[in-house]
Structure formats: structure tokens, C-alpha cells
Write a protein that binds this ligand. Sequence first.
Ligand code: COA
Length: 183
Amino acid sequence: MHLPNRLARIHTEEIGTHFLALAEEDRRLRFGRPMNDAALLAYVANIDFTRDAVFGVFDTDLLLMGVGHLARNAASAEIGLSVAAAGRGRGVGRSLLERAITHARACGMSMLYMHCLGENEPMRRLARRAHMSVVNDHGELQAHLELAPRTSGTHLADWVENSMGLAEHAFRVQMATSGYRPR
Ligand SMILES: CC(C)(COP(=O)(O)OP(=O)(O)OC[C@H]1O[C@@H](n2cnc3c(N)ncnc32)[C@H](O)[C@@H]1OP(=O)(O)O)[C@@H](O)C(=O)NCCC(=O)NCCS
């Protein structure tokens, strides 16, 4: 399973390590422009963890393999995703996007945006699977999803997903500290 966990300021170093491990081309795909190490670390240092929501997926060695940054405005939010090269194609990107959609709705957001370069086929597939409207605008892929108004059920879904993520992470920590390695 790849259940995202909400990250906080204490995870800054791990988030930075995750971004620094992205190859040059992946950095360009993630941020829409070339990003050197200093620019990546400045980006991480400027994340507002109280306004935004950052979700992470950890592997069995408790290394951060995927990060979703849900940046919030007044009534809308934008999601940026990255998954470590070794962890791709296993649904991590999808679970981060789905977690972000649930959370954005629970926060009362009415629209979720996702921008990336038009050549980004995995993102195009992710957007379509999430029923986002996708437009290719001069080589850029602009996707958006209208979010239904929140209900008590929306809050419950957010709480359940959050709790499941915490439970899975606690289980992984337990396994890692006991030395257990799944085959
Ligand atoms: C985009 C990214 C986050 C996807 O992460 P992921 O964990 O591999 O995503 P998933 O495993 O959930 O796969 C998503 C979809 O892409 C498809 N996919 C995965 N790798 C692919 C590839 N190399 N080529 C084409 N499609 C691919 C999957 O089959 C899946 O489609 P499906 O649901 O129709 O089967 C990851 O590739 C990445 O970090 N890329 C670099 C940064 C980036 O581009 N960020 C996006 C800009 S915000």
C-alpha cells in the first residue's frame, strides 16, 4: 500500500533530500523550469506548512519516495507531485493526487489545479483518471477539477485517510525498528 502521510516542518530535510535526488529532467517536469540545488532548497524552505498541505509516501526503509504539495489560495488549490525514479509506476503518484483531492475538498476548496509540461504523459494519465478536465495550452498541460461542496462525509473521508496513513506509517516504523524485512 502507498498511503500518504501529512508532512510538517520537521520533515523539511527529508523533503529536500527527495527533491535533490530528482534528475535534472524530472526537476524541469516537476517545476516547469530548470531548478538547481539551491533553488530546490529555497522552495522547500518557503513552504508554508500551516496554509498548504504536504503529503508524503514513505518506502519500507522509511525513505520519502513521493511528495505532493497542495498549495492553497483563498478558494482553490494547486497540486505538484514528484515520485522518486525507483518508485514510479506503482500508484504512488495516484495515491498522492487522490489524497490531495480529498483534503482540498475537506478544506472547502472549490477548484483543484494541476499544471505541467504537455509532454508529461504520466501526469496526463493521472489527471484523466482523477476525472480532471485537461487542456493542452501551448505545450503546457492545464488540468482542473471542480470540487463538490464539503459535507460531513467529506471531513470523515479526510480523517479516515489521514488515520490510515498514520497507522500504516506506524506499522512500517515498527517493522523497521524490529529489523523485519518483507520478502
Ligand atoms: C508524474 C509522476 C509524479 C507520476 O508518479 P507515479 O508514481 O509513477 O504515478 P503512478 O504510478 O500513479 O502512474 C500514473 C499513471 O502514469 C502512467 N505511467 C507511469 N510511468 C509512465 C511512463 N514512463 N510513461 C507513460 N505513462 C506512465 C501509469 O501507468 C499510470 O497511468 P494509468 O493509471 O492509466 O495506468 C512521476 O513520474 C514523477 O515524479 N515525474 C517527475 C516529476 C513530474 O513530472 N511531476 C509532475 C509535475 S507537477
